[in-house]
Design a protein around this ligand. Structure first.
Ligand SMILES: [Zn+2]
Length: 223
């Protein structure tokens, strides 16, 4: 079972992958709702995977680690960059939030850092879990640490790549169009039609198809 959990702060997504009562969390965009789902069901959180270092994907990382004692898996660069307010962009979160939503946050949001990941890899990594196979591929472009995670060769957790209806974003600090063209695009272009895409923002869809329309309550943007 795969559950999409949109953040309560911005439109970034966490995902829960459940198998036999065990769970992998992808990205720490959400905190309370992730913890609630896991504890309500009595699941065990085995790993937390990160798609990249940006603040809207790691907001709740330390809270989830503290409350679920879950080990974090990320590429080495991601592990380094979550520890740096300039690299994780949390030092300019307010500005990016404003450009994305048009809403000025009341009171400044604080810059923050996270601790290093517990398991790191360089550019590519494979692991098995509960009968599933994961392939991690670091694809710099959107950010230096951007990584896509392919599950069983048929589902792709794409982070900030392949967001339906959006151009690939390489203009944020440390993003690189050259890297995108050299590393990310060639891999992303080879993903076959019909592959399920689980992006870090927006709806789940199949490569080559539009997402199913979903009804969702508008998020309460100011808290
Ligand atoms: Zn990002």
């Amino acid at each position: 079972m795969i559950i999409q959990i949109p953040s309560d702060k911005m439109d970034s997504n966490s995902y829960l992958l459940e198998e036999n009562g065990h769970v992998i969390i992808i990205d720490a965009a959400s905190g309370e709702e992730v913890i609630r789902r896991i504890s309500d069901e009595g699941w065990t959180a085995d790993f937390l995977f990160l798609t990249h270092e940006h603040f809207d994907h790691i907001w709740y990382l330390e809270e989830l680690r503290q409350r679920l004692a879950v080990p974090v898996v990320a590429c080495r660069l991601c592990s380094e960059r979550v520890q740096d307010v300039k690299a994780n962009l949390s030092n300019i979160a307010d500005v990016l939030y404003y450009f994305k939503t048009g809403i000025v946050l009341e009171g400044r949001s604080e810059s923050f850092t996270c601790r290093a990941a517990d398991q790191v890899f360089e550019d590519e990594y494979e692991m098995e879990w509960q009968g599933h196979r994961f392939l991690f591929q670091r694809l710099p472009g959107h950010s230096p640490a951007s990584t896509i995670i392919t599950m069983d060769g048929e589902k792709v957790f794409s982070g900030d790549y392949l967001i339906y209806g959006e151009e690939e974003i390489t203009r944020l600090k440390d993003g690189s169009t050259e890297d995108y063209e050299a590393f990310a695009r060639p891999v992303l272009e080879k993903i076959p039609e019909g592959t399920l895409i689980y992006p870090g923002h927006g709806e789940i869809y199949r490569m080559g198809e539009a997402p199913e329309p979903v009804k969702r309550q508008a998020p309460d943007l100011i808290r």
